[in-house]
Design a protein around this ligand. Structure first.
Ligand code: FE2
Length: 183
């Protein structure tokens, strides 16, 4: 499956533009992590890009989130590894995150929210002037972007990545697609 096919499938299934941006941001971070670890950039990018493709299909059935997405991604031609990462990124499914890709997706998903919120409180509402140092402070403020699970972000350590490095990688990755994100 190509990146373009994946993006078209996302756009066909997700109407909310902010959700599409969230998936693009997650893709940018998982791609950057693949580079950092010398892994498969295209595969890791697909997991990030597709991970919430079911979000508008499942209605109120959050327990189905991830399972429906993994099935859909599989039908579209994504690999078993990508589908597994999508399935287990919903922690409530209680499917353990085992592979490096599983772990990369689960920590990248909430980091996008922390970084986006960090940009939006700046006077210019842009990523350009945002630093990893200020995001580290924001990380410690529990009420700031409260929906961005700190526990899940900090699980980057299970990949052997310290939090500050991870936040720096995520920030640079999102800056790289700032115009697509409108930030
Ligand atoms: Fe997500």
């Amino acid at each position: 499956m190509t990146r373009n096919e994946a993006l078209n499938a996302v756009r066909a299934n997700v109407r909310n533009d902010n959700l599409v941006k969230h998936m693009l941001a997650t893709e940018a971070i998982t791609r950057a992590l693949a580079k950092r670890f010398g892994d498969d950039v295209e595969e890791w990018g697909l997991a990030g890009l597709l991970h919430d493709i079911d979000i508008e299909l499942i209605g109120d059935n959050f327990a189905d989130h991830g399972r429906v997405g993994a099935d859909l991604a599989g039908e579209l031609g994504a690999s078993a590894e990508v589908c597994h990462a999508i399935m287990c990124h919903n922690w409530t499914n209680e499917i353990p995150c085992e592979t490096a890709l599983d772990k990369a997706l689960i920590c990248s998903d909430p980091l996008t929210g922390l970084i986006t919120a960090g940009a939006l409180v700046r006077p210019d509402k842009k990523l350009a002037g945002l630093t990893a140092e200020s995001l580290m402070k924001r990380f410690g403020e529990k009420r700031f972007a409260a929906g961005a699970s700190r526990e899940q972000i900090a699980s980057c350590e299970e990949m052997g990545l310290d939090l500050e490095e991870f936040i720096g990688i995520g920030l640079e990755a999102m800056k790289g697609i700032a115009s697509e994100l409108g930030l």
